[in-house]
Design a protein around this ligand. Structure first.
Ligand SMILES: O[C@@H]1[C@@H](O)[C@H](O[C@@H]2CO[C@@H](O[C@@H]3CO[C@@H](O[C@@H]4CO[C@@H](O)[C@H](O)[C@H]4O)[C@H](O)[C@H]3O)[C@H](O)[C@H]2O)OC[C@H]1O
Length: 381
């Protein structure tokens, strides 16, 4: 399906694991096993907790809070795995406790709550809103619309409307800079987080958001595709956690280096390649990341300057980094280091212990993407 501006939904998704020689039944078993470990009752690995009769939340086990990031990730995983009951539980929790109905951030979601639903902050984090919106569109296309708040597509459009128009008729701020079309780190700031840039999502928002906003989403996809090469180091491929609008690292708050947030850039490039094909820059970017990590011992992953200089500080989420590096292979499947990055991921189990939440989210996404199970769900014909 052509969206009129270049992105082409083929309905075909590469199963890179199979192409690299892993047996289909082992891939299916690995998916089922990871799903059970994250969403079942294994206390060592779980990141999902049911709550009451019809709700549930994803726990950031390292910070003991519930984040829009994790809730939206859980919903995206649930729709990909065709688990409507889980999706609805997560969305009801999100709607009940995180959605802000008034105030300067009306229409957005409080980025962090306690597991009992108490808000830790009344600020949003835009990566949550963009994942909520696409997960809700996919849910609508897979399962149809329900009664509010399960009127998925209507809710997705409401979220995207707030993201672009908050502040136009009163106090508030859009999540995208309306002039340069770049996503912001938080609505009230004037810089970005490279790992929030999801041009492959914006192509789909351009199909399904309010009609008047569709041109903006198309332009946002182009703007993000132009931004990422500015933010990623040309030799190492590494991106900082936060970056200015010209792509330069923003270290004002100590987030100007390659660390936890940044890992997602490789996963995003890999998924975009799986959905819409890789541009030459995406392939170069993936190759650079794969090359940079090819001689690094995962037991000694660190925080790095984007030029590759290591800090003393170890990586907080090494399993997550293994997972996102493996995803890069989707944009550069013939790169000399791609198979080994995927093999390392395949040898790595889901993470146990206190810090497992972020790693295991990235792990599940990698498994879905590498097995061709992370898909675009189009509206029923
Ligand atoms: O008043 C506002 C604050 O509300 C505003 O809060 C920021 C909201 O976004 C937060 O970013 C989320 C958390 O970090 C990222 O992922 C983490 C990566 O490291 C892992 O260890 C961790 O488990 C992950 O959750 C998420 O992608 C973001 O959604 C940010 O941390 C808050 O500071 O800040 C500006 C104030 O003016």
């Amino acid at each position: 399906m052509d969206n009129g501006k270049g992105a082409f939904v083929t309905g075909q998704y590469p199963n890179l694991l199979e192409r690299y020689g892993y047996a289909p039944e082992e891939i299916e078993a690995r998916l089922a096993d990871a799903w059970r470990r994250l969403f079942g009752d294994d206390e060592r690995t779980r990141i999902y907790y049911p709550s009451g009769d019809d709700m549930g939340y994803m726990l950031d086990t390292g910070n003991l809070d519930v984040r829009t990031e994790g809730m939206s990730y859980g919903m995206m995983m649930a729709v990909q795995m065709d688990d409507k009951a889980l999706f609805d539980r997560l969305w009801r929790w999100t709607w009940t406790y995180m959605h802000m109905k008034d105030g300067v951030h009306a229409g957005y979601f409080a980025w962090s709550c306690a597991p009992d639903g108490t808000r830790n902050s009344s600020g949003p984090a835009p990566d949550g809103e963009e994942y909520f919106a696409l997960a809700l569109f996919f849910a609508s296309h897979r399962w149809g619309e329900g009664e509010p708040p399960l009127d998925y597509a209507a809710k997705a459009r409401d979220i995207l409307r707030a993201c672009l128009h908050n502040g136009e008729q009163g106090p508030g701020y859009p999540m995208w800079n309306r002039d340069n079309r770049l996503i912001k780190f938080v609505p009230e700031c004037a810089y970005s987080d490279p790992s929030y840039h999801l041009p492959h999502f914006y192509e789909l928002f351009a199909l399904w958001a309010d009609e008047a906003d569709r041109p903006f989403w198309r332009e946002a996809a182009a703007a993000s595709r132009a931004y990422l090469p500015l933010a990623c180091h040309p030799e190492t491929g590494l991106a900082p956690e936060y970056a200015y609008y010209d792509g330069a690292p923003n270290d004002e708050r100590g987030y100007g280096h390659f660390y936890s947030d940044s890992y997602r850039v490789a996963a995003n490039v890999g998924l975009e390649a799986a959905w819409f094909g890789a541009t030459p820059w995406m392939t170069r970017e993936a190759e650079a990341i794969l090359r940079f990590f090819a001689d690094k011992d995962p037991a000694d992953f660190r925080r790095y300057r984007i030029d590759g200089t290591p800090f003393e500080e170890p990586a907080l989420h090494p399993v997550g980094l293994i997972a996102t590096n493996a995803c890069a292979a989707l944009a550069a499947p013939d790169s000399p280091h791609a198979r080994e990055a995927v093999a390392l991921f395949w040898r790595t189990p889901v993470r146990e212990g206190e810090r497992r939440y972020y790693d295991n989210c990235l792990y599940m996404f990698a498994l879905l993407a590498l097995s061709g199970r992370y898909r675009i769900w189009m509206p029923a014909a």
